[in-house]
Design a protein around this ligand. Sequence first.
Ligand code: NDP
Length: 432
Amino acid sequence: KQRDPDQPEFHQAVEEVLRSLWPFLEANPKYLQGGIIERIVEPERAVLFRVPWVDDQGRVCVNRGFRVQMSSAIGPYKGGLRFHPSVNLGVLKFLAFEQVFKNSLTSLPMGGGKGGSDFDPKGKSDAEVMRFCQSFMSELYRHIGADLDVPAGDIGVGAREIGFLFGQYKRLSNEFTSVFTGKGLAYGGSLIRPEATGYGCVYFAQEMLKGIGRDIDGQRVAISGSGNVAQFAAQKVMELGGKVISLSDSEGTLFIEDGLSGEQWEALMELKNVRRGRLSELQGPGLRFLPGQRPWALPCDMALPCATQNELDAADARALLANGCVCVAEGANMPSTLEAVDIFLEAGILFAPGKASNAGGVATSGLEMSQNAMRLHWTAGEVDQRLHGIMQNIHHACVHYGEEKGRVNYVKGANIAGFVKVADAMLAQGVV
Ligand code: NDP
């Protein structure tokens, strides 16, 4: 904290991991040797660069670009790119740190990294987004590669941005390689990758619910966000018979009294992904937009926070419990504050940290890399089946390491299970 006082999100992520890991480290002192902890909190490399681009009025704009390469202990760096005005080094270090454990949990050979820019794609024309992406990649391309560092999307980086970024990488490197995941189907992408994080989160929640004899069917589910993760979490909840009673964005919450219908979901997809409109524009019977509000005061059985970090605080956690919520599975990265997590754990409800419940996205990115390496294309059913199996395995790993006093502490389970593999690899590779 003294070394980087301006990185609160990074400190929060490290504190959450070390707090739950500590008793395990004391019981297994080999992990306290070799400087494992001191090394694991320091990125192997971080690059910061200028991204100049020209807007539609001919003005020169300058943004900051970053790539944090956190750990390559178990595979090439892997993690998304985020384009959002709130992006800075501390936010990306927190995301890269979380990514190391998450990628390890998938059981696929991927290290951890994260990158992005403080560029805001909202309100920009396609041509402006393309010029920005090309400029961003003109520097980033020398730091990434199919066996070195493989970026993907995140907040503000969807199919359009990945297309522009990949196109520029290919042009500069003069190679068509699997340097990006989340690619379009026409140029090496995997079926089910767009759906994977949202679907995976719901598959994970399904496994948790089995432990208390419940299923998604008939549950009232509050979802936050209305982007990639929220959209497909909503679709899977509906498919499994649950009721999606909310979506949200940075302007407020859409309350859906009788549960989102298939038609309304299609309208949402068109609004967000084609017209790039705001959630408040989604109108119809049973829909009510609540400006400036979060979804957590709505009575629900389950909550899936799928927007951004620290969007669910202690007061929200208490409101959820008071209204009877029994299961919280994080679709976003670190959406719950440390205090909110403590409240859930003390209450003993089912709580899954993002590094476990949102790992389906990066797991399917790993499957995209495998398909590219084999020059093969799996069917949607095949990828979905593997994704489902991976989420069940992550759940098993959390139960294995997280069982205490007759119930499962998923925070502890995910952190220990993710840590062990990375730490063993670091011990084997010496002090590097
Ligand atoms: P998108 O850009 O597609 O959607 C982000 C959503 O979150 C939008 O509805 C956005 O609303 C909302 N949001 C963003 N910032 C804020 C904020 N400060 N306050 C309130 N709402 C906000 O991103 P994704 O769906 O891809 O990502 C969502 C979360 O899931 C992130 O935490 C990401 O790191 C995580 N994640 C994503 C994965 C993926 O595969 N996409 C994989 C694993 C994790 P608005 O339009 O108003 O900004």
